[in-house]
Design a protein around this ligand. Sequence first.
Ligand SMILES: [Cu+2]
Length: 506
Amino acid sequence: MKRATLHLAMASMVVLALLSGCKGSPDDAATTDKSATRLHGGSSNGDFGPPQGAPIDAILTSPPMVPPATGRTAPAKVVVKLDVVEKEMEISEGVTYTFWTFGGTVPGSFIRVRQGDTVEFHLRNMPESKMPHNIDLHSVTGPGGGAASSFTAPGHSSRFTFKALNAGLYVYHCATAPVGMHVANGMYGLILIEPPEGLTPVDKEYYVMQGDFYTAGKYREKGLQPFDMEKAIDENPTYVLFNGSDGALTGDKALKANTGETVRLFVGNGGPNLVSSFHVIGEIFDKVWFEGGTKFQENVQTTLIPAGGAAMMEFHVEIPGSYVLVDHSLFRAFNKGALGILKAEGAERKEIYSGKEVDYVYLGDRAQPNMAAVASAAKAADAGALTQADQIEAGKALFAGTCSTCHQPDGKGMAGVFPPLAKSDYIAADKTRLPNVILHGLQGPVKVNGVDYNSIMPPMSQLTDDEVANIATYILNSWGNPGGRISKEEAAEIRKTKPANASEGH
Ligand SMILES: [Cu+2]
């Protein structure tokens, strides 16, 4: 593009700065080291002329990975080929959902180009698809963001071209009616339009995207779960997730970094309904490019990411350990799945932080390496072949997250506060007391093994009937308790009747 115009723009900004006479305002501070970015800001400054050289095939990555920097200094023609794939995947251990995806993952493939690039977009809808789909990229200047020109029936492919005039981090999503449903099924992802000078190199870059999901069954209710339109309209999600599944970023799949490194997160929010209060427990964002735009804010604890919006953030990692990514609307994090881990390795720095892992306190059951036992018990139950041993294995994993915080991993409780479950005469007197207490809680005086307690246990009615049955069966067969078994049908019956000593909550 014409250098003269650029220089003019530059000159007029200098004049403006001089005229306003302000110096060192936070606004200035935020832009000085990247002033070039601002000069290229706005779509009228983003056309650097026709593409140069041979067309380039875009490198697309699946979450949580991010394609490498374009490393280019001139505008290019970039060819993006994205496939729409409808497929059944796990939304949680033992729970599946028919996702509609861009590139076979939720969120869809990450696309990275440079401002001024001409993007030739090919959208292919797999022949196996049942629905037509299209794509609206928020980075497109033009009506519909590409939606009308990309409407693609199953087994077809469409093509359209746009010039990336504005730098920034943008959401793309399907915009086929009913749009909310296509988005709720996972049809969204991120496209980064690098500023012409590129982004400052960092050690690690990751791609994380939040979304809310609406299933007919409860949270973690096993089996293939259909979409629930009523819940979606009421904006009452069953799951709120990072990267499309409960546990997509925990256990072995946690994000990784080393101390001394700078991590950059590209975080989007597909919605369709919720706004995210994105936070990393134990870190402070050194910089946040809020709303995915050009300016950054510094020293931020929690950043708001609107539905259909994004943010870019950087932080330097000083201390090894687990950092927990959450939506700080906390019931979403701990009861609907909006939780991920960044695991940092390296040497301790006691002068900054004294140590002692807090994973467990925050994570509960997600601190477990895997919940495979829970999934295999669910499968066995479906097949009508659930054994007591399956139930005990599954119950053990669930107990670790749900009950052990108070009753302790060895079931011995805590003197004067939490009664023991180990060799409990209260449990031995009537095995149905277990599912009863789990589902309805317990309050008021209770005597266990000759010791009086008078406290409150909250009801754990968020657990499914299977889960209640498995935890109860595990406890009955552990630590000197009398043995026996609770079935999911018994749990379902007990759920319906509320005893007099139930505690508040439901
Ligand atoms: Cu769609």
